[in-house]
Design a binder for this molecule. Structure first.
Ligand code: FAD
Ligand code: UDP
Length: 373
């Protein structure tokens, strides 16, 4: 008899399995329909021996010391500051848009103060900043919005930015200095030996059993258990009773080249060209030394594995219906990006899982973390 049946071995499920087993002494079975642990953060060595992320580039960044310290129990880190360039008008330019982006694009020599003035002149003033279009045009004006955001967003989501919540493009800041890092969080690092190794350590507790290639439906009636933690899509759990929640998918195409390094930075975005949105070269992220290099191309898709919740008002409304149902479903706890339909980064999912753990055991977050593995 298991105390908990956990569905999904990504960050949400693995953090809860680890805490429930090693802090609360519970017996846990964690199942995943995939052939591996780690969820979308899973990484592995490809045929050429290059460490790659199977589901696209995963860069760890957080401002939460608690989350960083917690994960540090299971991995050492390689400091890494992420940089991205965008291919726009025949040039590679830093994104997020910064002083160098504008100067290089237009052949100007503006100072930071000059750029502030420039943005002031070109910025639009929507009455309320409601959509992903509003958020960008209100900062950098329509021309830069069109060059860097409009088409990328249409390609990624098959929606115009005006049809998406402001929170989507607001993930990408705008800067008037020369800081060309993608993130400015306090903690930015990659698990030194990869994500999968980190998950293996989280789950290597005698109270945790792992069952792969098994879906919830297949095991729910044959494995005796007390409570359920569900980290898959919430609409699927309820058999799409109110209709399908839209999730955006991607197709990943990997390519190995016979050269040690191919791109100047880890990621190049292609807002206006090609059918893919971006190309990632993993060796920048991992620091691996190897004679070859592997890249991944991301092609947005309407169908396939659910990767991104689509943040717009009608979807939030539909999610709320499922959320109400979830709240009435005793003994089942919904956690993670798919089960709470939130565009969460890894650290946010870890924080959410730790909060849920605290609630399950009636402890504060600090108490819940007191007992190291
Ligand atoms: P998941 O990792 O999706 O895990 C859920 C698991 O549940 C899956 O393994 C699935 O197989 C399993 N499952 C679902 N339904 C069932 C079922 N019925 N039965 C059995 N198993 C089931 N975050 C960052 O912080 N930095 C990044 O750079 C970053 N890059 C990203 C790039 C891409 C392309 C994507 C898609 C996401 C990225 N993320 C990034 C977000 C990150 O992947 C998520 O925040 C995190 O993986 C979510 O963890 P989770 O446990 O909620 O979900
Ligand atoms: N975006 C864009 N152009 C870019 C980068 C991002 O238009 O060069 C928009 C796009 O809508 C994207 C969103 O901003 O989906 C969030 O970008 P982020 O890099 O955070 O996406 P993720 O890594 O989650 O795929």
């Amino acid at each position: 008899m298991f105390d908990y049946l956990i569905v999904g071995a990504g960050f949400a499920g693995s953090v809860l399995a680890e805490r429930l087993a090693s802090d609360a002494g519970k017996k846990v079975l964690i199942v995943d329909q995939r052939a591996h642990i780690g969820g979308n953060a899973f990484d592995h060595y490809d045929d050429a021996g290059v460490l790659v992320h199977k589901y696209g580039p995963h860069i760890f960044h957080t401002n939460s010391r608690e989350v960083f310290d917690y994960l540090s129990r299971f991995t050492e880190w390689r400091p890494y500051q992420h940089r991205v360039q965008a291919w726009v008008d025949g040039q590679l330019l830093p994104i997020p848009i910064n002083l160098d982006t504008v100067n290089q694009l237009y052949g100007l020599r503006l100072t930071s103060a000059g750029l502030v003035k420039y943005f002031k002149r070109v910025a639009e003033h929507p009455a309320v900043v409601r959509t992903s279009e509003d958020v960008i045009v209100s900062k950098v004006g329509r021309e830069l919005y069109e060059k860097f955001f409009r088409n990328y967003t249409r390609k990624q989501w098959d929606l115009d930015p005006s049809e998406l919540d402001a929170t989507v493009t607001a993930r990408v800041p705008v800067r008037t200095n020369r800081d060309d890092r993608y993130f400015t969080d306090t903690y930015q690092a990659m698990p030194r030996r990869g994500y999968t190794r980190m998950f293996e350590r989280m789950l290597s507790h005698p109270n945790i059993k792992v069952l792969l290639n098994a879906s919830y439906r297949e095991v729910q009636h044959i494995i005796p258990h007390d409570e359920v933690i569900y980290t898959g899509p919430i609409d699927e759990y309820f058999a799409y009773r109110f209709g399908r929640l839209p999730y955006r998918s991607l197709q990943f195409e990997f390519e190995t080249l016979n050269t040690p390094l191919h791109q100047p930075v880890a990621v190049i975005n292609y807002p206006n060209d090609n059918l893919y949105t971006r190309v990632t070269e993993f060796k920048h992220l991992t620091g691996q030394e190897h004679l070859k290099t592997t890249l991944v191309y991301e092609y947005p898709r309407a169908t396939g594995d659910p990767y991104y919740p689509v943040q717009r008002p009608e979807n939030t409304e539909l999610y709320r219906k499922y959320q109400m149902l979830a709240a009435q479903t005793e003994g089942v706890h919904f956690v993670g990006r798919l089960a709470t339909y939130r565009y969460y980064n890894m650290d946010q999912v870890v924080a959410q899982a730790l909060t849920v753990y605290g609630k399950l055991t009636g402890q504060s977050r600090r108490e819940a973390l007191a007992n190291p593995a």
